[in-house]
Design a protein around this ligand. Structure first.
Ligand SMILES: [Zn+2]
Length: 477
């Protein structure tokens, strides 16, 4: 199996060579000649499905307008794959197993970080790139220990093992939690995600999650971040520090305790609401009536404060990484709270984070303009709950109450419309759930011939490896 996979990779690389410049051919065939660096910038919108993409276009550019994403020359769709522990296929995923597919090529179980369904650690594209001499970075608006960034540089069997306090078990959100004892430092494992990231070959790591790095390493007097500093890692905690990142060495930037604050919210913090329904309204002799929630505006989130933007973190990472390696770089950028705000039924929150993704994409494309051979990919990990529904309902005139069984937000758009966003995956007051549709895929001109119109997440992984000339040590089962 290993042999056939390697020859497949050889074919992919050969195909690549046919399309590239002679000087690059010489470099990749083993010559020590200098060559143009190659870079991959992978932008992941968490929960960024076509419903969210369309919501953002309607709001940010108008119904007839286009987003920056829409101008990219390569466009396709990515199928999500998930397996249960007994091996049967599942049709809706989480961010851990999907980021693990993109990072490692493994099709794995919900909740797993950088490990396959047999609980084996799988080498990631970031680890391979670092080993090959590329500069590497992870940037996210979530805790850097959260599923998407973690899957590129850590290996644990349950995503909740973010910091050392919980790794050997304990209580999480008021519930008993078994932890991931085989990973715990005190049991000879590699430790929690924070402990692993502190040691990982990530040159620049930016996002939230200070809470997990400020926990003590079991059996030691140091916290995770103190340990990292003692190894020479530069630690920053303020947005202003992004302007002057050191040109060498490792950097960890932690700008919030957990996830970074989001940019927007609904009017006075409103999220989607239930219709006000009354049955058997005898006054007008109908069987009842329903009243929709009042429309809302999107407004700045007052808690956003001095949170660094995703674009500012992306620009700082690209500048810093370009200074670190003549070979090129691998950078993963995540707009994490498109998903988190969809769980909270907050469409304005999601739209503001898609605006952040657009700005980060613009930064990536500016870098690609100055650095030829930069492959820019934008995709999502999984689909989310929000749906755009007719406003008003097609059945509004029927003389019985017709309303969504879920919650509805009616968002006033800048062009004067009302966009009705519905959330109805469950009746749980705290959170919506992911959905199972395939997700969008975009690429810049460099992606032509590298990406295909329809791929699986593990194919996107292989395409990144092929582009950077990386070889996996083990094959996909
Ligand atoms: Zn989610």
């Amino acid at each position: 199996v290993k042999q056939s996979c390697l020859s497949l990779l050889a074919i992919l690389i050969t195909t690549q060579l046919c399309l590239t410049t002679p000087s690059l051919n010489a470099a990749e065939s083993g010559s020590t000649e200098t060559h143009t660096p190659r870079s991959v910038i992978l932008i992941i919108g968490d929960g960024f499905d076509d419903q969210h993409l369309t919501m953002a276009r309607n709001y940010l550019a108008g119904n007839a307008g286009t987003l920056g994403l829409d101008a990219l020359p390569v466009r396709g769709a990515v199928q999500i794959e998930t397996v249960s522990p007994d091996g049967t296929r599942l049709y809706a995923a989480d961010s851990a197993n999907t980021a693990t597919s993109l990072a490692t090529g493994a099709v794995t179980n919900i909740g797993r970080i950088g490990t396959d369904a047999q609980d084996r650690d799988r080498v990631t594209v970031l680890e391979l790139a670092a080993h090959a001499g590329y500069a590497t970075g992870l940037v996210s608006t979530s805790s850097v220990t959260d599923a998407t960034p973690a899957s590129f540089a850590a290996h644990v069997n349950i995503r909740m093992c973010e910091g050392p306090d919980i790794t050997n078990g304990g209580e999480l959100y008021g519930q008993p939690f078994s932890g991931c004892p085989s990973d715990a430092t005190q049991n000879g494992g590699a430790g929690s995600i924070a402990e692993q990231l502190a040691k990982a070959p990530v040159d620049i790591l930016l996002g939230g999650g200070a809470k997990f790095f400020d926990q003590s390493i079991p059996g030691q007097s140091q916290t995770v971040i103190e340990w990292a500093q003692a190894q020479g890692v530069r630690v920053i905690r303020q947005k202003d520090n992004l302007a002057n990142l050191p040109a060498s060495g490792r950097v960890i930037g932690l700008f919030d305790k957990e996830n970074l604050e989001v940019r927007w919210r609904g009017t006075d913090g409103r999220t989607a609401e239930n219709a006000d329904v009354s049955w058997l309204n005898r006054i007008d002799w109908r069987l009842g009536s329903s009243a929709d929630p009042e429309p809302m505006e999107c407004e700045p989130n007052p808690d956003y404060g001095d949170t660094p933007s995703l674009a500012a973190m992306t620009e700082a990472a690209l500048t810093g990484l370009a200074a670190r390696s003549d070979k090129g770089l691998f950078l993963m950028v995540e707009s994490a709270s498109i998903d988190k705000q969809s769980h909270k039924r907050n469409p304005c929150g999601s739209i503001g984070e898609i605006e952040q993704l657009e700005e980060a994409l613009a930064a990536a494309l500016r870098f690609a303009d100055d650095h030829p051979n930069t492959l820019v990919i934008v995709t999502a990990d999984h689909a989310q709950a929000a749906q755009i529904l007719p406003e008003p309902s097609l059945f509004a005139a029927v003389p019985v109450p017709v309303y969504s069984p879920g919650k509805v937000a009616r968002v006033k758009t800048p062009e004067g419309g009302v966009m009705r966003i519905n959330y109805a995956t469950n009746n749980f007051p705290k959170a919506e759930e992911h959905t199972g549709a395939n997700v969008p895929l975009f690429g810049n001109a460099v992606a032509q011939g590298v990406l295909k119109p329809f791929m699986r997440q593990r194919d996107v992984h292989q395409a990144m490896l092929a582009y950077l000339g990386l070889n996996e040590e083990e094959t996909t089962p």
